[in-house]
Design a protein around this ligand. Structure first.
Ligand code: AMP
Ligand code: GLY
Length: 421
């Protein structure tokens, strides 16, 4: 069986690698992928994620059994609808179902309608009204662009002035284009953040291990927001009762609500949560796997991934099993300057073997050789599974110490919250 994965990052590397390790899978193509993936035997296809008809032609010509869609923008552009119209199976939500991610206002409406706990909010397209709401609510307060903004459209404002400035930039200065033509302004939720992922099809869902990402660029949660600088799973200090509550009050009602709305959800549902004094509340939904969370969740899957996905798509009960003990931890290595401007073309260290997995994101072969060079903001990620978070950190940071990371940087405290608590 041949499979196709759409996307090019570390997330897609982890998905494709796991699919290739499944029984009965002979070949996994990634479109467009990145050169680092070829070191794991994956085949790259030079077609962009927005070229739906070329992807469909490729899938037909190569007898692809089904396609796994990685990125949010592809889902928001209706890639699953287009594949389905062409008679092809694709794992991921339709455009209408993915609106849970591509419109924060839509996600809020669904949550309010179906009683899902989330921050109080208002949605505005008029700056003066937004400003009046911010002044009335006071700070801290959170200002979010309604649409997709590469994880950069959220400002957690500590003062009223910062919040008003953020609303001004989005609504009047067009900082995020159409994505910021409306803003969601919401209550600041105080508590620890974690992510809950589920495979879903209609009202059937299967929860994955909990994960914690590190979104800020620098140690101690300082610096600008990024796509994510490292993660670990499961979150050892998170009680099972919190996960059970999140399943009952968040995952179940949202999936049932989406059916009631005529937008049944199939794919990975990602709930970004904050554990407040009143229990877990939603700060965002994503309609896909997280990056870098996938890279630390999928190594824990001990069942046959391709079979699992195919069963979930067919509405058959999947046989899913996860490694129960230990913690999987990963540190992202990024280009110096990321998430702002950065240079490309920095030589990368050798791929690791054995207990440490290297997943590549922005990596490209040099023109006249096999040396891998950096080619993006997030470049690669080292992942290991150990008994404890501390042991995972020791292993990864010892490896990073040995690598030449000139021109690159990484956080030194991935997982430290789990150790302090
Ligand atoms: P998002 O892009 O929605 O994941 O938001 C980026 C980051 O902003 C999150 O990872 C949180 O740390 C923070 N954030 C978002 N919404 C809230 C909220 N209502 N209260 C506190 N922090 C928030
Ligand atoms: N790790 C954050 C995201 O994938 O959105």
């Amino acid at each position: 069986m041949k499979l196709l994965v759409v996307g090019s990052g570390g997330r897609e590397h982890a998905i494709a690698k796991k699919l290739l390790a499944s029984k009965g899978v002979d070949q996994v193509f990634v479109a467009p992928g990145n050169d680092g993936m070829t070191l794991d035997g994956l085949d790259l296809v030079n077609i962009g994620i927005s070229e739906h008809s070329r992807l469909i032609d490729f899938a037909k010509e190569n007898e692809i059994a089904w396609t796994f869609i990685g990125p949010d923008d592809a889902l928001a552009a209706g890639i699953v609808d287009d594949f389905n119209k062409a008679g092809l199976e694709a794992f991921g939500p339709t455009k209408a179902a993915a609106e849970l991610e591509w419109s924060k206002d839509f996600a809020k409406e669904i949550m309010v309608k179906y009683g899902v706990p989330t921050a109080a909010y208002g949605t505005f397209s008029d700056f003066e009204e937004a400003k009046a709401y911010i002044e009335e609510q006071g700070a801290p307060i959170v200002v979010k662009a309604d649409g997709l903004a590469l994880g950069k459209g959220v400002v957690v404002a500590e003062t009223v002035e910062q919040a008003v400035e953020a609303a001004h930039e989005m609504l009047l200065d067009n900082k995020f284009g159409d994505s910021g033509a409306r803003v969601v302004i919401e209550e600041f939720l105080d508590g620890e953040e974690f992510s809950l992922f589920a495979f879903a099809n209609g009202d059937k869902f299967y929860i994955m291990p909990t994960a914690q990402d590190h979104k800020r660029a620098y140690d101690g949660d300082k610096g600008p927001n990024t796509g994510g600088m490292g993660a670990y799973a499961p979150v050892p200090h998170l009680p099972q009762s919190v996960v059970d509550t999140a399943v009952e009050t968040i995952v179940k009602p949202v999936l049932e609500g989406m059916i009631a709305e005529g937008r049944p959800y199939q794919g990975v549902l990602y709930a970004g949560l904050i554990l407040t004094a009143d229990g877990p509340k939603v700060i965002e939904f994503n309609s896909r796997f997280g990056d870098p969370e996938t890279q630390i969740i999928l190594p824990r899957l001990t069942s046959d991934f391709a079979q699992n996905i195919s069963d979930i798509m067919m509405g058959v009960e999947p046989y899913l099993t996860w490694q129960e003990d230990g913690v999987t931890l990963g540190v992202v290595v990024a280009s110096e300057g990321y998430p702002l401007d950065y240079e490309k073309g920095v030589p990368l260290p050798e791929k690791t073997d054995g207990d440490i997995i290297t997943y590549y994101a922005g990596a490209k072969f040099a023109e006249n050789g096999k040396a891998l060079l950096s080619n993006g903001g997030r470049v690669y990620m080292l992942v290991t599974t150990e008994d404890t978070v501390k042991a995972g950190q020791d292993k990864i940071y010892a490896q990073l110490d040995k690598q030449d990371t000139t021109g690159l940087f990484y956080r030194n405290d991935i997982g430290s919250k789990a150790i302090k608590d």
